[in-house]
Write a new protein. Structure first.
Length: 98
């Protein structure tokens, strides 16, 4: 479980139970990033990832998308939980393309 989720549960910001009618999960992954990264210096590859994920984080914040966690070159986000919405798929889709 990600530290962010554990922290949210400890502070009672995230419920441990409940029913959600509509939840959309999105994995933003960079295909073949390992192959791409070898053409950069390590610090340049990290800078590239940081810049990309900071942009995704800003979009998530702007569209009230819940960022679950980032692992390696994959960013996991959700819409519809912990705050329920009726059009989570549409919001998440458009929020990531903005």
């Amino acid at each position: 479980m990600s530290e962010l989720i554990e922290y949210g549960i400890r502070l009672k910001l995230l419920p441990l139970h409940g029913e959600y009618q509509e939840v959309t999960i999105m994995f933003d992954d960079i295909p073949n990033f390992d192959n791409i990264a070898v053409s950069y210096k390590p610090e340049e590859a990290i800078t590239l990832l940081n810049e990309l994920f900071m942009k995704l984080d800003r979009l998530a914040c702007k569209h009230s998308i819940f960022k679950v966690e980032t692992i390696d070159d994959t960013n996991l986000t959700a819409k519809g939980a912990p705050k329920q919405t009726n059009n989570s798929c549409e919001i998440l889709y458009h929020g990531r393309l903005a």
